[in-house]
Design a protein. Structure first.
Length: 575
């Protein structure tokens, strides 16, 4: 009788800990966790989430991750659950804790890598909910290149306050209204208490929903899964199918993450961001995901796609609708189908299920004309996010143009050496209309940690000054930011970028239609300033920020912290 062949190493990495005489101690440890002889013969699949009570974004992940266990078991595998950290952007903004937000992206990706490689798991199902946790999980999946599925935990339901729909953005921007006297503290408290009625991520096309959309466009997430609210029970079925899908991928040998993430799918992801007025943070995270696959995909590549892609979805913060509204009409596939029909994305990439994207999208509805328009009836001919360049930002800077009334602005600079300095001025309303507020020393290395400036930008908008002033920073913005707010300016000040040379009163000219940002100062004057400039003295940071500052790369490269894709050796022990 012919003996069945053992699974190949490609399909069964866990042989490294389950087979052979020398692995008796390993098996003993596994038996102590509940493994029996039958389980030791099966594929082992890690199920990871950022479940925690520190943010509503992650509070609903545990039931979904638990349901994925059923899918893995139904597919013949052994599920092993573990969790990792998250940092809530909602409670870390506008203080020193925000320096940990972008850093947490690397910490999460690294921790998932450590667990999966350390235990030689055969596959992975990953759940995340808050902004940086999404790209972190996708980075880990692509880095590991094991059979995997990424599942977004879903957004919160919108609340109601003062007779109108309310979200967390309502609360943030209302702070500025209170500062101007346009709103009472009592009304702000009403909004605070009712704007986020359920668990889930922010419900607009902010960073979490934007990156969830990226997951579908890259093929790492199930089509149609991302815009469904966190509290919908159907999410449990999606989670179970994710576990089943990983087991089929293990059995079939693919498609693996690096089969899915290629230049075409990365361009599709950029197009999805541009078409929906998504978060500027995507231009930081998509290159980082590409880096994990060994693909050189920088801000320049992102900018090319943004420029050629129409804005077709009317989503907040620049538009009217929320993730819930998009889910009800057709979700992310509706956006992708409209872009495919107009030739703005590639249809010959693979989905998670291994079929061509064009074939999969044929089963989804056409644009509804309200939440999502056909490209021929686009809201704007180019995407909702644009890249600006010029002598002030030679490596580029990002501006969300969706919803802006004017794309041109010229004014005198008012320079701040940190976010805190600027926030005090904004709160006290001692700035002037027509100024360009410049916040520097907040880049990946100079911050370090590249804080987002949502409190500043939302306060400006709440004060009715969102387009009466401009804001420029080498830090970053929340996906909820709106107004004439330009971030990710490169090179950053700490590296001697031109933003380090700006002085109060210098004229800055912005033309988003032309993709231009210019410091109107004579070249000889700038040369003299550069000759006098010295880099800021490094402070002794200690801990994770010290390590991060030593290795982080520029924003245009995704603020990554290692050299890129590698193949990990899975040594086995023969019986």
């Amino acid at each position: 009788m012919t003996q069945p062949q053992k699974p190949s190493l490609h399909k069964h990495r866990s042989r490294a800990v389950t087979e052979g005489v020398a692995r008796a101690p390993h098996r003993a440890f596994l038996r102590a966790t509940g493994f029996d002889d039958a389980a030791l013969e099966k594929s082992i699949v890690g199920i990871v989430s950022t479940q925690g009570e520190n943010t509503p974004c992650s509070m609903g992940l545990a039931p979904q991750a638990d349901r994925a266990r059923l899918g893995v078991a139904a597919g013949g595998g052994v599920p092993v659950t573990f969790t990792t950290v998250s940092v809530s952007d909602g409670t870390s903004m506008n203080h020193a804790g925000m320096r940990m937000s972008l850093v947490s992206r690397e910490v999460i990706a690294d921790s998932v890598e450590v667990a999966v490689r350390g235990h030689a798991y055969d596959g992975l199902v990953a759940f995340a909910g808050c902004d940086k946790t999404l790209p972190a999980m996708m980075m880990a999946i692509v880095r590991l290149n094991v059979p995997a599925v990424f599942v977004f935990g879903g957004a919160t339901m919108p609340g109601r306050a003062l007779g109108a729909q309310a979200t967390i953005l309502t609360a943030i921007e209302s702070v500025g209204a209170v500062q101007t006297g346009a709103m009472s503290r009592e009304n702000l408290q009403t909004i605070e208490r009712t704007c986020t009625p359920t668990a889930g991520s922010c419900p607009g096309q902010f960073t979490a929903n934007t990156m969830a959309m990226v997951g579908e466009a890259l093929g790492l997430s199930p089509l149609g899964s991302s815009m469904m609210p966190a509290v919908y029970s159907e999410r449990l079925a999606i989670a179970q199918r994710a576990g089943e899908r990983v087991m089929r991928t293990i059995a079939e040998g693919g498609p693996l993450p690096r089969d899915l993430v290629n230049r075409k799918s990365l361009e599709n992801a950029c197009a999805a961001v541009a078409a929906t007025g998504g978060s500027t943070n995507a231009a930081l995270h998509i290159p980082a995901i590409a880096h994990e696959a060994g693909i050189d995909f920088t801000l320049d590549d992102v900018a090319t796609v943004f420029q050629r892609t129409p804005l077709i979805a009317d989503l907040q913060p620049g538009g009217k609708y929320l993730a819930l509204d998009l889910h009800e009409v057709g979700g992310v596939p509706m956006v992708l189908k409209a872009l495919l029909q107009s030739g703005h994305i590639h249809g010959d990439v693979l989905t998670l299920e291994g079929e061509r994207l064009s074939d999969a999208l044929a089963r989804w509805p056409d644009a509804d004309g309200t939440v999502v328009r056909a490209s021929a009836q686009a809201i704007q001919p180019t995407g909702g996010v644009t890249v600006l360049r010029g002598n002030l930002c030679p490596d580029g800077a990002l501006l969300k143009v969706a919803g802006l009334r004017s794309l041109q602005f010229t004014g005198p600079a008012r320079v701040f050496e940190s976010e805190g300095d600027c926030m005090r001025t904004v709160a006290e309303r001692t700035y002037q209309p027509g100024e360009v507020l410049v916040i520097r020393n907040e880049g990946p290395q100079g911050g370090p940690g590249m804080r987002e400036m949502l409190s500043v930008t939302a306060a400006l908008y709440g004060q009715g000054m969102g387009e009466a002033v401009a804001l420029l920073t080498d830090g970053r913005f929340s996906g909820a930011t709106r107004g004439l707010c330009i971030g990710y300016a490169g090179p950053e000040a700490a590296l001697g970028g031109p933003i380090a040379l700006v002085q109060d009163g210098d004229t800055i000219r912005i033309d988003a239609a032309a993709g231009l940002i210019e410091l109107v100062v004579d070249a000889s004057v700038l040369a003299a300033r550069r000759a006098r400039w010295t880099p800021p003295a490094p402070s002794r940071l200690g801990g994770v920020l010290e390590k991060y500052a030593l290795v982080v790369r520029p924003a245009r490269l995704g603020a990554v912290t290692h050299s890129g894709a590698v193949e990990w050796p899975y040594e086995t022990q023969e019986p």
